[in-house]
Design a binder for this molecule. Structure first.
Ligand code: FEO
Length: 400
């Protein structure tokens, strides 16, 4: 049975929702599910904007045929050919050999690499090319490395609709709701949206900024991303979030404490520090166990807050392995510009503080506060005093 939503009088959402996939990209947990958005325009010509992941292919095909209602499919615009959107392309083109594919030269090359080899006619487009489908004219905006090299956006100049590929997307299945004003986005969707952006696109902040600048000149009235809600109100609010994420600018003054603890003593130091911060008036504090919390959540929280504390036991004369993975992910995603406090622990040959500092100094614009606070096996009066000094130093570094 078809399951579609009307976006405008002549544009339909015909994608699918996936609650069965545990790990997005086989890396990131998605307990909230995910949607694969595909859109079909019914103009003098029929135009499909991207397809969908193989997991929802059956639903997607039913939706497509229902909305087409016997009409031929004239065009398929492929804004992004990563398999979570293009895996169903071969199936669609087998059923619709009449459809002309429109995409970038790079996308056609990559479709060949993936074996999405279809016989359909192809039209390669580049920046500012246009196509008219009847009432609707679209223009193409190249968006390389947002977050793959072949990506483009398509802008419907008639209705002011930006088909933005993965940009402005989020984890989370739609489950019937389609528009941002049908959900409490700030309450229920901002956390998955931040985690989606920072982990999937976070490395490409410069490229995102470049395309945001180009899009800034357009009269955008609606954003149709490939994952998550369609934006038709408060566009500026969500765009501003993306500007912050793309520039790795903190959204909130606050402290994220991430600890790696073997027997609970480094955890106790982290808890003591959190309590001291709150006692001194800084209550916007979050504490995470690096062994228990998937790194994608830690990355998102690091992007969100202004200050970060890493507390790690020394393990095999090195950084606790899950903490090392977290630091490595921060480096890979070009995380930058934070004030960081360090806490190290060990029973002999305590090394983790100096090693974490060395790794953090490889990132841009990081301020490492004096320290580290050294805990010898468990917190004692001396290390408690060190934690108190670190709490004061964190608060002092926040300014007014
Ligand atoms: Fe949602 Fe980059 O694919």
């Amino acid at each position: 049975m078809h399951c579609v939503r009307k976006v405008t009088d002549d544009l339909y959402w015909i994608g699918g929702n996936d609650h069965r996939l545990a790990l997005f990209e086989n890396v990131h947990p998605i307990p909230e599910g995910v949607s694969y958005n595909s859109y079909l325009l019914l103009d003098e010509k029929t135009v499909l904007f991207d397809t969908a992941d193989w997991d929802v292919c059956r639903q997607f095909l039913e939706n497509l045929e229902y909305v087409l209602d016997g009409r031929p499919l004239d065009y398929i615009i492929v804004n992004h050919m990563e398999p979570d959107h293009a895996a169903s392309l071969a199936e669609v083109t087998l059923r619709h050999p009449e459809a002309v594919l429109i995409s970038t030269a790079k996308a056609f090359t990559m479709m060949g690499q993936f074996g999405f080899a279809m016989e359909n006619k192809r039209e390669t487009v580049k920046e500012k090319d246009t196509r008219c489908f009847g009432k609707h004219t679209v223009t193409f905006i190249m968006a390389p490395m947002v977050h793959w090299p072949e990506v483009m956006f398509t802008f419907d100049t008639t209705d002011g609709i930006l088909f933005s590929a993965d940009a402005f997307g989020t984890f989370g299945a739609l489950d019937g709701r389609l528009f941002n004003d049908e959900v409490d986005f700030e309450r229920d969707w901002l956390v998955p949206a931040r985690r989606y952006y920072t982990n999937i696109v976070g490395k490409y902040g410069r490229q995102v900024q470049a395309v945001l600048k180009k899009a800034g000149g357009l009269d955008i009235r609606m954003i149709c991303p490939l994952h998550g809600p369609v934006w038709r109100t408060d566009l500026g609010w969500f765009i501003d979030k993306h500007v912050k994420w793309a520039t790795c600018t903190p959204e909130e003054k606050g402290v994220v404490i991430v600890y790696g603890s073997m027997y609970g003593n480094t955890e106790a130091a982290a808890q003591k520090l959190a309590a001291l911060l709150c006692e001194k008036g800084m209550t916007n504090v979050r504490v995470y166990d690096v062994s228990e919390t998937h790194v994608s959540y830690l990355i998102a929280e690091a992007f969100r807050f202004s200050h970060l504390v890493l507390a790690s036991v020394t393990y095999n004369l090195g950084i606790f392995p899950p903490m090392k993975d977290f630091i490595h992910d921060m480096q890979a995603l070009e995380f930058k510009g934070r004030t960081v406090g360090l806490v190290e622990n060990g029973t002999w040959a305590i090394k983790s503080g100096a090693l974490m500092k060395e790794e953090l100094e490889k990132m841009k614009d990081m301020t490492i506060l004096d320290g580290p606070v050294t805990v010898t096996s468990s917190v004692n009066d001396a290390s408690a005093a060190g934690l108190e000094a670190l709490a004061e130093s964190l608060i002092a570094s926040m300014g007014d």
